[in-house]
Design a protein. Structure first.
Lengths: 111, 110
């Protein structure tokens, strides 16, 4: 089946640790996105990539890093510089013109 | 600065009680307005795209409309399975990204 696969679904991190969230898509979409969602809130854009080997900061990029070495993959690293990383992270891909296809999300909890 | 505001934040309905959700926006160069449905602990699912004022789209009990300043999502005779968070988002061609509102949590009680 075509779609977006995020892993892990749940992740626990100790303070000071970096963690990497995986996002893979087999929809052959050029654009990929990472959003953060806090309880009862909408989605805020962290990073996005419109093509391989290129990516742009979104509205809340501080404390996060990404790479886009392959069309299918867009991993997100939550670094120790992110002061409040506990959240629900959503990856999406798009064929263009705004329609996004989302993964099932990864819930990160800092212990 | 682009802004997308959804109201109300939460809505409790009895089964069969129709209502409307609002999404107001201030965006320069709007290319499209999107509605998504999100179930708890899941990723959002695409519902509608509206491109120009006056446009309407329907899907089962949902109908989305668009003016130059806002969009409405009408839920007609809702059922408990319509309970979800409904998100609207605006798309600008510059930057190729969506900006989301805060969402409306809808609970439909039998």
């Amino acid at each position: 089946d075509g779609g977006i696969t995020q892993s892990p679904k749940y992740l626990f991190r100790k303070e000071g640790q970096n963690v990497t969230l995986s996002c893979e898509q087999n929809l052959n979409h050029d654009a990929m996105y990472w959003y953060r969602q806090d309880p009862g809130q909408g989605l805020r854009l962290i990073y996005y990539s419109q093509i391989v080997n290129d990516f742009q900061k979104g509205d809340i990029a501080e404390g996060y890093s990404v790479s886009r070495e392959k069309k299918e993959s867009f991993p997100l690293t939550v670094t120790s510089a992110q002061k409040n990383p506990t959240a629900f992270y959503l990856c999406a891909s798009s064929p263009g013109y705004g329609e996004l296809f989302f993964g099932e999300g990864s819930r990160l909890t800092v212990l | 600065e682009d802004q997308v505001t959804q109201s109300p934040e939460a809505l409790r309905l009895q089964e069969g009680e129709s209502s409307s959700l609002n999404c107001s926006y201030t965006v320069s160069g709007l290319r499209g307005l999107f509605w998504y449905r999100q179930d708890p602990g899941k990723g959002p699912e695409f519902l509608f795209t509206l491109y120009s004022a006056g446009e309407e789209k329907e899907k089962e009990r949902l109908k989305a409309t668009l003016t130059k300043k806002e969009s409405f999502l009408h839920i007609t005779a809702p059922k408990p399975e319509d309970s979800a968070t409904y998100l609207c988002a605006v798309f600008k061609a510059a930057g190729n990204k969506l900006t989301f509102g805060g969402g409306t949590r809808v609970l439909v009680k039998p």
